[in-house]
Design a protein around this ligand. Structure first.
Ligand code: 13P
Ligand code: SF4
Length: 305
């Protein structure tokens, strides 16, 4: 089958089986094109609660599919490629965070949405990179333990200096690997370009940026800006999608190694197989995990996340 034939069959079967497709922006173009909602973690978590379809196919990584299940427990949720995980989501375990909570009971534990459902059960509220600053500002407490991404946490601290934010060592291995030297080299290679960087990058890198924001924030900024050239400091697919959407502008990836292999595991043929019930994994969470982890995500939604 050609890509167009695969896409046509996916669209037909999706309608016939009351299914919808949610795709993270780091997915390939041909998957984004068949998605009902494509966006960052913030957009996907909002869509999860709003879609009417009984079956949700998630093209992205496991914590995103778990997030959809937590927000819509009555729906069937399928992670199209069950191998697609996020290394950051697995970095901290429940027992370790419970122990930290006991030592510092006065801290509100804020979990980046890139965490397992199990870890969310011992956290107070979730945030996405789009909503982190706004939600931390709104929390009644002034002492925050932000997990697992210390780079995103440091950025939130910069934006919300009035609160005390404790960090643990964790983060996205892809974004955190970007160096200051690479960033300066990209600037030197494209002196006219604006530098747009995701807050999962190290503080020394975000400090050099013209704009720091989530995946959706970077895309919005680049589309609205009158500038003609941009260096994109997040997963490589974003520079590609922007180049496709804005052919009159130029987009350069900050480095060639800013590629999330987990996000690349999902393929278009697999999306069709998952709709046919021949691929993918249905997300199942036990009652206790569902109840406790939902609290954390629902609080995010209440606070406007
Ligand atoms: P956002 O989608 O929240 O920008 O996060 C980026 C990311 O790394 C997703 O895993
Ligand atoms: Fe996880 Fe980083 Fe990949 Fe996002 S880009 S899924 S945070 S490893």
């Amino acid at each position: 089958m050609t890509i167009a034939e695969l896409q046509a069959e996916i669209l037909r079967l999706k309608r016939e089986t009351d299914a919808c497709i949610l795709a993270h922006s780091y997915q390939a173009r041909e998957i984004i094109e068949v998605a009902d909602v494509a966006g960052d973690s913030f957009a996907l978590s909002k869509a999860a609660a709003q879609r009417a379809e009984a079956h949700v196919l998630l093209c992205g990584v496991r914590f995103m599919a778990e997030g959809v299940k937590l927000l819509s427990p009555e729906k069937r949720v399928t992670l199209v490629n069950p191998q697609a995980g996020c290394p950051m989501a697995e970095q901290m375990d429940k027992a370790a965070i419970e122990a930290v909570r006991q030592r510092f009971p006065e801290y509100t534990v804020v979990a980046y949405i890139n965490t397992t459902a199990e870890l969310k059960t011992v956290c107070d509220v979730c945030v996405t990179s789009s909503s982190a600053v706004e939600i931390v500002k709104k929390l009644p407490g002034n002492k925050i333990l932000f997990i697992p991404d210390c780079n995103l946490g440091a950025w939130v601290q910069r934006m919300v200096p009035e609160k005390e934010i404790k960090l643990l060592q964790g983060g996205c291995p892809i974004h955190a690997a970007v160096t200051v030297a690479e960033t300066k080299a990209a600037r030197a290679a494209h002196p006219e370009a604006l530098l747009l960087v995701h807050p999962e990058c190290q503080p020394a890198v975000t400090a050099l940026a013209d704009y720091v924001g989530s995946t959706a924030g970077i895309m919005r900024y680049a589309k609205a800006s009158p500038a003609r050239e941009f260096i994109i400091g997040t997963e490589g697919s974003i520079a590609e999608h922007l180049q496709y959407d804005c052919p009159e502008k130029r987009f350069y990836p900050l480095t060639k190694h800013l590629v999330c292999q987990n996000m690349k595991l999902t393929t278009l043929p697999e999306v069709l197989l998952a709709l046919q019930g021949q691929a993918g994994e249905e997300i199942r969470l036990d009652e206790e995990t569902l109840r406790a982890a939902r609290r954390c995500l629902n609080r995010m939604v209440e606070l406007g996340g």
